[in-house]
Design a protein around this ligand. Sequence first.
Ligand SMILES: Cc1cc2nc3c(=O)[nH]c(=O)nc-3n(C[C@H](O)[C@H](O)[C@H](O)COP(=O)(O)OP(=O)(O)OC[C@H]3O[C@@H](n4cnc5c(N)ncnc54)[C@H](O)[C@@H]3O)c2cc1C
Ligand code: FES
Length: 337
Amino acid sequence: MAFQVTLQPSGHSFEGFEDETLLASALEAGLHLPYGCRNGACGACKGKVLEGDFDHGPAQDHALTAEERAAGLALMCCAKPRSDLVVECREAAAEGDIPVKTLPARVQKLAKLAPDVMLMQLKLPANERLQFLAGQYVEFLLKDGKRRAFSIANAPQDDEFIELHVRLVPGGQFTGHVFGAMKERDIVRIEGPHGSFHLQELSQKPIILLAGGTGFAPIKAIVEHTIHNKIARPMTLYWGSRDRTGLYLPELPQRWAAAHPHIRYVPVLSEPAAADAWTGRTGLAHQAVLEDHADLSAFQVYACGAPAMIEAAKRDFCARGLPAEEFFADVFSFAPQ
Ligand SMILES: Cc1cc2nc3c(=O)[nH]c(=O)nc-3n(C[C@H](O)[C@H](O)[C@H](O)COP(=O)(O)OP(=O)(O)OC[C@H]3O[C@@H](n4cnc5c(N)ncnc54)[C@H](O)[C@@H]3O)c2cc1C
Ligand code: FES
């Protein structure tokens, strides 16, 4: 049975179900409630039920004391509604509201998507989840104190694993390890989430997504997040690479475009090999955006990839009328040597 759950002070509401926790329903609805363990143990998801009946579920006594229960407090990761509810609970509206964690993680899967692109899936310890906004990144903490940044490629509602797309940098210390000695079941240390690159959900503007190579990773997270949350703003994805192997998940954006009329996909190759038999767009991906749009003043742009691409895109898109504050980018710069 479905119940209406209203959050205070935001006034946001979502559908709750008697067999689903309030946290799960809220996340499903695209609302960012704070949480940590998702297991009734840490207390990070505490809220106050102002009106209505609910079941506390397996909330642990040290995370929710008897006094807190008596005062109407509940753990959102455990509580299930028994009627319509009004709940006072803070929402993580921006990246600064989400706690940054340092966690061990197990390499669950390593699979080559291209000769120089590795899909890596990380699994967090049983009682841990990493809360993040679609588009944010994590850092690997290496034994020698160095850090390496990689964007999360899955959307927040699929938080069982953290998916990363790692491009091999010739001579690279960390990516060389990923393509060499690293094995499934290895333990790594990560810190995150970091970054302010995420969808601005209050805007209704049409969106241009620009991805260079593995810059596709956070763009994938954003697109999957919009599909899951039924955000149907017109969206055109330009994915650029040198040759066909660089578009390493070729069917995925085609499937998005086929299933969702508001999504368009434009793959662009800068140096297609003869063997690619490429009949699609050629040149630089950001140039393809310029060829298709004489006026960018009404758009919002999300761009991700190498520094030169981001720099050129920002300069040229703003010259076509894009307001500078509507250009959001994650620059795949690299750690200082
Ligand atoms: C916020 C953020 C998110 C990122 N997300 C991703 C991602 O999702 N997928 C991904 O593949 N990469 C991503 N990157 C880039 C990634 O962090 C680097 O490629 C990585 O740190 C390289 O580490 P390494 O130890 O292998 O190379 P290093 O040992 O640090 O470098 C070896 C040599 O290669 C040069 N170099 C290092 N990185 C690059 C690079 N990216 N391009 C060109 N030359 C380089 C160095 O200057 C050095 O000369 C991201 C970067 C940032 C800042
Ligand atoms: S998320 Fe830890 S107690 Fe709910």
